[in-house]
Design a protein around this ligand. Structure first.
Ligand SMILES: C[S@@+](CC[C@H](N)C(=O)[O-])C[C@H]1O[C@@H](n2cnc3c(N)ncnc32)[C@H](O)[C@@H]1O
Length: 416
């Protein structure tokens, strides 16, 4: 039996995530999938993200039926089992025999012939009693479940964990330099139906593939989560303001900021600088912002290399990303509580360095896509305690309670 190319791609991506600390989001948005038919691309996304989101319950079920523990199995065998198990339980459109035999074939192709019998036996047993959904494996690590329940309360934590297992919604940010009415009509003509949201210029995609549209190619719309779109408006940007984006790559928010900084003639009237540590991510940002930003590679853990102050500063800090688990589900299996304290000390250093460059009366916005207080309120509290700055207007968004990703945004104004 041949394995479909969609299963092969999903298998390869899951293998990289597990063995090379790969990120599913990056691997899914790459040449591996870009040229696939829309339907096939959707199936690869579903398989990869579904297996990672529900890894806890899949592993629980597999362990019940396997003669060997999951840890004893080769990684290729584990992944083929998860893929088969996921299809049997969650994908109605895949016939059971195909889900079983393709996983067996994946193991054979991975040169793990001796495990084909085990994979076949486990998946056949699952196929026989697929109606009995008696899962009880947790789809989040225990320490995180406890932490969230303690912090948010049982009900909110349950809603949050439920939301992390759903399919992520796609949001568009309309480029305000084009007519909104015209862009929505053009999207509709291209088969992309959208609904308005609570945020101006933010649309929810109801059907259609926006990344394959001309509107997307022309820069009329950008793919950006609804919560992420809420960060830049807190800066109150206007043409003529100097602007520093400290952790800018890959450039979603820099791009949003640029639209507000350009004057009617499409020019910047004051310096706009975008920094990041990682050069490869930075290059992509240069494309996006059409080179209007002055881009600087720098490590913001150290004093920033500028001898001027800025009216507006954005610190969209590197973080655990626990607000984005619906799109980056592998994060939850990797994160440890120690990581949070390491991240906190880095975030505090970056924020402190950035604050030294704020003009009196200026505004700095600190944001993360984390929902952990260690990376959010505690960072603000620890840093501002040491200065005469005033924190105002903190906003927290939570999956399951609010639309989109979990996010934290804090607007900090300097006392003049
Ligand atoms: C949350 S992402 C920024 C996303 C970006 N603002 C956007 O909207 O597209 C955090 C960024 O911080 C960068 N970063 C991590 N450590 C850094 C450091 N020490 N100095 C500067 N940038 C850093 C990462 O490379 C990453 O691009």
């Amino acid at each position: 039996m041949n394995v479909s190319h969609t299963r092969k791609i999903a298998f390869e991506i899951l293998l990289r995530v597990e063995t090379q600390m790969g990120f599913s989001d990056e691997l899914l948005h790459s040449d591996r999938t870009n040229n696939l038919e829309e339907r096939d691309q959707a199936l690869v996304f579903e398989l990869v993200l579904g297996c990672l989101r529900r890894q806890g319950e899949l592993d629980y079920r597999i362990a019940q039926l396997s003669s060997r523990s999951l840890a004893q199995l080769d990684v290729e065998v584990r992944i083929a089992l998860r893929l088969g198990c996921y299809q049997l339980y969650f994908l109605d459109r895949v016939p059971a025999h195909a889900a079983v035999s393709e996983s067996v074939e994946l193991v054979r192709l991975a040169r793990k012939r001796s495990a084909t019998g085990l994979v076949n036996a486990v998946l056949r047993r699952i196929a026989e009693d697929v109606e009995k959904l008696n899962f009880s494996g947790e789809n989040h690590p225990r320490w995180l479940v406890k932490k969230w329940k303690d912090h948010f309360g049982e009900k909110t934590a349950s809603a949050l964990m439920g939301a992390n297992l759903e399919t992520a919604k796609t949001y568009l940010r309309l480029n305000t330099r084009f007519s909104t009415v015209e862009t929505i009509e053009l999207l509709r003509q291209e088969g992309i139906e959208t609904n308005p949201t609570e945020i101006p210029h933010c649309l929810l995609v109801v059907s259609g593939k926006a990344t394959r549209s001309r509107c997307y190619e022309q820069g009329r719309v950008h793919i950006q989560d609804i919560s992420s779109q809420m960060v830049v408006p807190h800066l109150g940007l206007r043409p003529g303001m100097s602007f520093l984006d400290v952790c800018a790559a890959p450039g979603g928010k820099a791009n949003q900021a640029l639209e507000l900084l350009l004057n009617k003639e499409g020019n910047l009237e004051a310096p706009a600088i975008a920094c990041d540590l990682h050069l490869h991510r930075f290059r992509r940002m240069k494309e996006v912002t059409k080179r209007q930003f002055h881009c600087v590679t720098t490590d913001a853990l150290h004093p920033l290399p500028f001898n001027r102050l800025f009216d507006r500063i954005l610190v969209d800090a590197p973080c655990s990303g626990t607000g984005t688990l619906v799109r980056n589900p592998e994060i939850k299996w990797r994160l440890t509580s120690d990581d949070l304290s390491h991240l906190q000390s880095r975030q505090q250093r970056i924020l402190s360095n950035a604050l030294t460059l704020l003009v009196p009366g200026g505004v700095l916005v600190y944001s993360t896509c984390s929902i952990e207080p260690e990376e959010n309120h505690q960072v603000i509290h620890n840093v501002l305690n040491k200065s005469n700055l005033l924190a105002i207007d903190c906003l927290e968004r939570l999956p399951g309670r609010d639309a989109g990703d979990g996010f934290f945004v804090c607007k900090i104004s300097q006392v003049e």
